[in-house]
Design a protein around this ligand. Structure first.
Ligand code: CMC
Length: 434
């Protein structure tokens, strides 16, 4: 291997190719294999993208070995400590922290896009009352395309910015209304004098008979959760948004696809799965060790939800921050915490797993979802809303990636190849011969 190329020799033919090594500003160097098929006639095989960089990006950097996460260069710890979610949104979207007037202008724009068209309100009544709010969110966000797509040129940066502001602004309304519909309560409209997080909590918890009493502890905890979930580079849902958007589809359709991807329990659905698991552990009375043993058993599909991560082979830095928020919030609630048993079980599980060789050897640490579910539970947020809140937080990340991709002059439609292992050519047999 030279300084900036890798030579690949085909042992079968003796042909070789010099592949350029691309150097990013941080993280592993990347072998540029774009000419491989043209020159040697090979594809590469990497299911699950274990070693494949699918794009170039300037948004978020993760060092999985060190357990580091940075948005636009800023360590997540500093942003969590000193910033706010709207400021982080601005940073992710535009690349720099906003000056005060820029932040004010951004907040103004978001505030003034938070209402939904009244026709969208009527969509909700088409769902069964027990519909999962994620299912409603996938549908409603996709349906926004019907309201804005015809006037939208994805190659126009102003149109992209308006679409991004609309989505960030409307997501709390869409999320809260999904919840209100599922419990049969009237929808609460956004209020312009409230900040992003306070507005969301009010739309979730206020009713026409009783306004929501603002709680700064909950608001700060929610703001932090939104910051921690705002972006995470090329994960399954973000890659889905990029791939969908690469065909120049509407950003509303691309985000709807991303929400669908996030829903799965191996991704954003894990926070809900964690609480289900903890409740099962408590109600079964079988003890924690039984579940640890099941997680280690290769013949059992059970996994400890909220443990492990594809990229982090060290403590998830978000988990470190959220763990503290979790403990602070629960200390604040004190005896008023109706979820003490759940929390105690979670903390015991965390302790046992962190000391168990199986988890230590595989570097399986608690991830962000292990704690976020517990915090939401303590804030009386219903379980089926956990992933919805993750989607709300991640909207800005998805949009930042979508905008980066569309404005990249080298962007082209995403089209993976395959290793075909099905039948070779065979002839059709008529029905009477089969
Ligand atoms: N419980 C028990 N064993 C596990 C777990 C777990 N939660 N996670 C991974 N392993 C084992 C796995 O069986 C494998 O063992 P072996 O090497 O003996 O075959 C080894 O650890 C490596 O696992 P992997 O499946 O190859 O790792 P992956 O990168 O494909 O999967 C993951 C990552 C997050 C899907 C997986 O760790 C998992 O299913 N965790 C539980 C679900 C979860 O908490 N997801 C939220 C992720 S954080 C939020 C987000 O980014 O969306």
């Amino acid at each position: 291997m030279g300084n900036d190329t890798v030579t690949l020799t085909d042992n079968a033919t003796g042909k070789h190719i010099e592949l350029p090594v691309l150097k990013g500003t941080d993280g592993p160097d990347t072998i540029d294999i774009r000419n491989l098929f043209k020159e040697l006639g090979y594809f590469t095989f990497d299911p699950g993208f274990m070693s494949t960089a699918s794009c170039e990006s300037k948004i978020t950097f993760i060092n999985g070995k060190q357990g580091e996460l940075r948005y636009r260069g800023y360590p997540i710890e500093q942003l969590a400590e000193q910033s706010s979610y709207p400021e982080v949104c601005y940073l992710l979207l535009y690349g720099e922290l906003p000056a005060p007037q820029q932040l004010e202008k951004y907040n103004q724009s978001i505030t003034h896009h938070s209402m939904l068209d009244e026709a969208i309100r009527r969509f909700y009544s088409g769902f069964r009352h027990d519909a999962h709010p994620m299912a409603i969110m996938v549908a409603v966000v996709g349906a926004l395309a019907a309201f804005y797509h015809d006037t939208m040129d994805v190659h126009d940066p102003v149109a992209r910015e308006i679409a991004a502001h609309r989505l960030i602004a409307k997501m709390p309304t869409i999320a809260a209304w999904s919840y209100k519909y599922s419990i049969g309560q009237p929808y609460v409209y956004p209020r312009n004098e409230l900040g992003y997080t306070a507005n969301f909590l009010r739309m979730m918890f206020a009713t026409p008979t009783e306004d929501y009493e603002s709680n700064p502890v909950y608001e700060r905890a929610m703001d932090l959760i939104l910051i921690l979930h705002a972006d995470h580079e090329q994960n399954a849902s973000t890659s889905t948004v990029r791939l969908t958007g690469s065909s120049e589809a509407s950003p509303f359709a691309a985000l709807s696809a991303g929400i669908g991807s996030l829903w799965g329990p191996a991704h954003g659905g894990a926070n809900e799965a964690v609480i289900n698991m903890l409740e099962e552990i408590i109600s079964s009375g079988k003890g924690l060790q039984h579940y640890i043993d099941r997680a280690k058993d290769k013949n059992d599909r059970f996994r400890l939800m909220g443990f492990g991560h594809r990229v982090y082979k060290n403590y998830d830095p978000r988990a470190k921050i959220i763990r503290k928020i979790c403990h602070d919030l629960l200390a604040e609630l004190g005896a008023n915490n109706p979820n003490q048993e759940l929390l105690d079980t979670a903390m015991k599980l965390e302790r046992i797993a962190l000391e168990d060789d199986y988890f230590v050897e595989r570097k399986l640490y608690p991830n962000v979802d292990f704690y976020s579910g517990i915090i939401f539970r303590a804030m009386n947020i219903p379980m089926n809303m956990f992933t919805v809140i993750f989607a709300l937080a991640r909207t800005v990340g998805w949009l930042s990636h979508w905008m980066e991709m569309i404005s990249d002059p080298e962007a082209r439609i995403g089209r993976p190849r395959q290793l075909y292992n099905g039948y070779q050519k065979r002839d059709y047999e008529s029905l009477d011969k089969r």
